[in-house]
Design a protein around this ligand. Structure first.
Ligand SMILES: Nc1ncnc2c1ncn2[C@@H]1O[C@H](COP(=O)(O)OP(=O)(O)OP(=O)(O)O)[C@@H](O)[C@H]1O
Ligand SMILES: [Mg+2]
Length: 288
């Protein structure tokens, strides 16, 4: 999988290098969590790398989004608009089912190339355009399938329920997307505290932890405490490989396990010790 730099400061090491090309990511958070900021940052990073950007806005109009970006210190997106490298699709106040089933496929079939970044902000009104769950799933699935034809997709989704990610409106997009990122905003007495967690990411290793972030003018979302990736150590895989060689395992099993260990690092095993994994392997393949 080719990785694209996300543009979110500190996120790439948590995603094993970045966002998978031609994948679909959904960013979920409450109002003010930073969803639109995330989407703009992602698009803007692509523009810097010569990729085209498509911003599909379903809530705020084009002028509002641009004004916010300029306020954030990102007035360079005005140049990208002039150069037609950044395209806005303002679907706010539209009839979404018609927009998704008719206008979007027409746009996609006219688009040349498959290397753009597409942001859809937010997906929520599409979910609300019908009460029928099957129709919701079908609409979102269709929308993701269409948009990924032109490149790498990032959708935002509003969170409304009290508990994290428990709201009914988050379930379907979470299943359909390749990667799910949760932005949590807690209002403490003094300052808001913000944390990010990667809930899932198909075809990629990813961080399992929650990470604090801030939103800073000029930069956007910055994750805190992220160091440049160190050279990964592979003590657990190499110790396990040594241990396996001393056991009477069928040759084919041994070969498969050695292949599985290739390229793995200590991080892949988290707190699991080689002895414990060896024991599980022996239970699986040796015990009668
Ligand atoms: N120009 C700015 N300078 C500094 N901080 C900003 C600026 N613009 C936005 N922020 C911060 O970023 C936060 C998140 O804004 P953003 O619009 O990305 O949230 P959102 O998740 O899209 O919210 P909503 O669901 O209401 O659209 C704001 O609440 C504010 O704290
Ligand atoms: Mg927003």
């Amino acid at each position: 999988m080719r990785k694209l730099k996300s543009g979110i400061y500190g996120l790439n090491p948590l995603l094993d290098g970045g966002v998978n090309e031609n994948s679909t990511t959904v960013v979920i958070g409450r109002s003010g969590a930073g969803k639109t900021t995330f989407a703009t940052q992602f698009i803007r990073r692509g523009l810097q790398d010569g990729q085209e950007g498509i911003f599909v806005s379903l809530d705020e109009n084009k002028e509002q989004i641009i004004r916010e970006a300029v306020e954030m210190g990102w007035s360079d997106i005005l140049d990208s608009l002039d150069d037609e490298l950044l395209v806005f699709i303002d679907a706010s106040g539209r009839e979404f089912s018609n927009f998704i089933r008719k206008e979007l496929p027409a746009f996609v079939s006219e688009w040349k190339g498959s290397n753009a970044r597409i942001a859809i902000d937010p997906l929520t009104p599409v979910m609300w355009s019908t009460k029928d769950l099957y129709e919701q799933r079908d609409l979102i699935g269709f929308m993701l399938k269409q948009t990924r034809k032109v490149g790498t997709v990032l959708c935002t989704l509003e969170e409304h329920g009290q508990a994290d990610l428990a709201g009914a409106e988050t379930v379907i997009p979470m299943y359909l997307a390749d990667c799910v990122i949760h932005l949590r905003l807690d209002h403490d007495e003094s300052a808001p505290s913000r944390t990010l967690k990667i809930i899932k990411c198909r075809n990629s290793r990813h961080s399992q932890s929650r990470h604090a972030y801030q939103i800073t003018r000029g930069f956007g979302i910055i994750l805190e405490g992220i160091e440049r990736r160190k050279v990964a150590t592979a003590k657990v895989p190499s110790q396990l490989r040594q241990m396996l060689l001393t056991r009477a395992l069928p040759k084919s099993v041994l070969e498969r396990l050695e292949k599985a260990l290739e390229g793995l690092t200590d991080e892949d095993f988290r707190t699991l010790k080689p002895e414990a994994l060896l024991d599980l392997i022996l239970q699986e393949y040796q015990d009668a």
